[in-house]
Write a protein that binds this ligand. Structure first.
Ligand code: PMP
Length: 393
């Protein structure tokens, strides 16, 4: 078949990434590759009860078309929860989206013309880069260190280039696990406001903190209309629900609602109501505490195994939460070559760092997830990977 696809289609899939993700899904390997939360944490029974109660009590209303911006009681409840994290907002600032992924896509769709620039962390969340690329945008990669995006470097870059917006995942970042420092958050918020550049803060992992002090979201520090925010139930309840939220100035929220209307009319109505019911009946913080307990044990197991089994010239991040650890090999090594060997010889998978980079770099880096593997498997998988590294380095 010879199909005349639109130009943007060429940017939607990267065959190398597709190939890489495919081999990491082999069933005979221990996979630290996926970004999946642990299904053991999903509150299946309580969700079943919430869905049943909503259907019984609300009947057809729960199955009807409804407002594109989302179920008002859920938006009300989210506004209260966001207020607690310091984000002052009203329901009119909030749009319920089909996961935060949809909010990211909408921001791309609403703001990007072909050739526009977006400032991103280098490395950045791959599945945000992909939709932005599909709108034929280019990237301004901003270097990172252990305190997150280098905001001084961004300020210098902004003297020469003007991105349409800045996209950041500042807390327990995917892929590095790194958290942007408080001081840098303040400066980033001020920088965006003073240059009148929109900033999208993507925060799916912020509530999964295992240690250290809480750092407020940029949106709560930047008292400005230029800061936008997106969150999700994917990592604190379950990703299959596909419910996230977008928070911004009402003028921006209205545009996102318009995009929502065009794209899928509204987020699953039954699920929004069931989630509202679940959140009313359940102590979400207590539930999150159990997820944190499990992930903390798994992170500790991974950090201990890395220290025990990885060669001395390899380094890695020490995340205080979230799901990921980022490994840096000595320069000159390529994690893509290593992945092939890791699968064949060690039966262990990870995600090489190259596709997260928009500057063509990161060959000697890779991402490990500790969320979806038990402590024993973590220890044996990392031991096997360490032995492989020692053989090939
Ligand atoms: N942003 C980041 C940084 C993520 O890691 C993810 C999930 N992998 C998402 C957004 C999307 O999450 P969801 O659409 O399930 O809310």
């Amino acid at each position: 078949m010879k199909i005349d696809w639109a130009d943007r289609v060429a940017t939607m899939e990267d065959p190398a990434v597709k190939m890489m993700l495919k081999i990491t899904q082999r069933t005979d390997v221990i996979s630290f590759a996926g970004g999946l939360p642990s299904a053991k944490t999903f509150p299946v029974d309580r969700l079943a009860a919430a869905y049943a109660a909503v259907l019984k009590e609300q009947g057809g209303a729960a199955l009807q078309y409804s407002l594109a911006e989302g179920y008002p009681p859920l938006r009300e409840l989210l506004a209260q929860r966001l207020e607690r994290s310091g984000i002052a907002c009203k329901p009119e600032n909030i749009v319920i989206t089909s996961g935060s992924q949809q909010a990211i896509d909408f921001i791309g769709r609403l703001l990007l013309n072909p050739g526009d620039l977006i400032a991103v962390e280098n490395p950045a969340y791959l599945a945000a880069l992909q939709p932005f690329r599909s709108y034929q945008a280019s990237f301004l990669p901003v270097p990172m260190d252990n305190d997150g995006m280098d905001v001084d470097a961004l300020a210098r870059q902004l003297k020469k280039a003007r991105p349409k917006f800045i996209y950041v995942n500042p807390t327990f970042q995917n892929p590095t696990g790194i958290t942007l420092s408080l001081e840098r958050r303040r400066r980033l918020g001020e920088l965006a406001a003073s240059r009148e550049i929109l900033l999208l803060e993507d925060n799916p992992y912020g509530e999964l903190r295992f240690g250290g002090a809480d750092i407020p979201p940029i949106k709560s520090l930047a008292d400005s209309d230029w800061a936008m925010y997106t969150g999700t139930f994917s990592k604190v309840i379950a990703p299959g629900l596909r419910v996230g939220w977008f928070v911004a100035h009402p003028e921006i929220a209205a545009k996102v609602t318009a995009a929502k209307q065009l794209n899928d009319i509204l987020t699953n109505s039954l699920t929004q109501r069931a989630l509202h019911r679940f959140l009313t009946d359940t102590d979400l913080d207590a539930h999150i505490a159990t997820i944190i307990g499990q992930y903390r044990r798994q992170r500790d197991a991974m950090l201990a195994a890395l220290a025990a089994y990885f060669p001395g010239n390899v380094s890695w991040t020490q995340p205080e939460g979230g799901m990921f650890i980022w490994v840096t090999l000595p320069p000159g090594l390529d994690a893509r070559d290593l992945l092939t060997k890791a699968i064949d010889e060690a039966k262990v998978a990870f995600v090489p760092g190259t596709p997260f980079h928009t500057d063509g770099g990161g060959h000697n880096t890779f991402r490990l997830s500790f969320a979806n593997t038990g402590e024993e498997e973590i220890a044996s998988g990392i031991a096997r990977l360490g032995a492989l590294l020692a053989r090939h380095m």
